[in-house]
Design a protein around this ligand. Structure first.
Ligand SMILES: [Zn+2]
Length: 319
């Protein structure tokens, strides 16, 4: 794995930013509150969703550990000043932090963010365990099929698979030495999860990538997704993109986890060395009822309800 990462380090080319795709980048023109779900991209696979003063975080990661530290297996730790900078853009007290899997670029910052915001953690059992060993005071271990209702949010936990990097899921085993996680490899993947978030009668699907063997639930017909945030960092997740979109039938497609997360956030969005946005565009172009969008770091965009949709407050379901 280290050799692979060293190769990546040497292959890390400047792949360009969002400028070329300015027509796809959406953001709110004013900060006036509207009746919708405000989505803020935090870089990597991190998002904040806001609705009527409540907030939810997914995979918040601000430290942006450099690739060399990962490649040579040196100690990594959350960068407090990066986290403070990131939190300045966010709501003070999010209801929860959802985490898709245990890799450092999803979970490393979460214990500190929880301490600062008092948000509860919702993640797989192994990710909750890792987070606790890294200092998190609590955690709600979930598995596919679980449902959590917190404030305006209904969170459905879905199964997911992690992309392979050169034939293998990176950091897929708990390291024997782990007590407190110190190195990138200690932040092992665990069971990957996807989430379906329902709020305000709108539905948002989010994962951090995937493979063709595990597709999102079938949502065609009357159950279109309003927004599908799909990780596309690696070839596996792009290979499943067409089938995933067929199932989700989203109004908006937001490809995710395609920035170079080894560079600091303040250096701006740059595509990662293993991404292929042209392919993502081609796959999305086949979905003529869906609109492909991109978000820039910390520039919120509001997901409004579909014209003609009525259910302002859908009836709560019983599980
Ligand atoms: Zn990962």
């Amino acid at each position: 794995m280290r050799l692979v990462l060293l190769f990546l380090l040497s292959a890390q080319a400047f792949a360009g930013g969002l400028d070329r795709y300015a027509q796809l980048v959406v953001s709110d023109s004013s900060r006036t509150a509207r009746n919708g779900v405000r989505v803020t991209y935090l870089g990597t696979n991190g998002y904040q969703f806001e609705f009527k003063g409540r907030a939810l975080l997914v995979d918040p990661y601000f430290s942006r550990v450099d690739l060399l530290s990962v490649a040579v297996d040196s100690r990594i730790q959350p960068n407090v000043s990066c986290i403070n900078d990131g939190l300045r853009h966010l709501a003070s007290y999010p209801d929860a932090v959802l985490v898709t899997h245990g890799h450092f670029d999803h979970l490393l910052d979460v214990p500190l963010i929880m301490a600062r915001t008092r948000a509860r953690l919702i993640a797989s059992a192994s990710s909750v365990d890792l987070a606790k060993r890294a200092g998190a005071s609590s955690g709600d271990p979930v598995k596919p099929g679980d449902v959590r209702r917190i404030g305006p949010w209904t969170i459905r936990v879905l199964p997911a698979k992690h992309d392979r990097l050169f034939g293998k899921v990176p950091f897929d085993r708990p390291a024997a030495r782990v007590n407190m996680p110190h190195r990138a490899a200690d932040w092992n993947c665990g069971e990957p999860l996807a989430f379906l978030i329902e709020v305000n009668g709108q539905r948002i699907y989010i994962d951090s990538g995937g493979t063709p063997e595990q597709l999102p639930p079938n949502q065609s017909g009357n159950h279109r997704m309003d927004l599908a945030i799909l990780g596309v960092a690696l070839p596996d997740s792009r290979a499943r993109l067409h089938a995933a979109l067929e199932r989700l039938q989203p109004r908006y497609i937001l490809p995710s986890h395609q920035d170079n997360f080894f560079r600091p956030l303040n250096a701006g969005f740059q595509f990662g060395p293993l991404t292929d946005f042209s392919r993502v565009q081609r796959e999305c172009a086949q979905q003529n009822r869906s609109r492909l969008i991109l978000l820039d770091y910390f520039k919120p965009w509001t997901l409004l309800k579909a014209a003609g949709s009525k259910s302002q407050n859908p009836k709560p379901e019983t599980d």
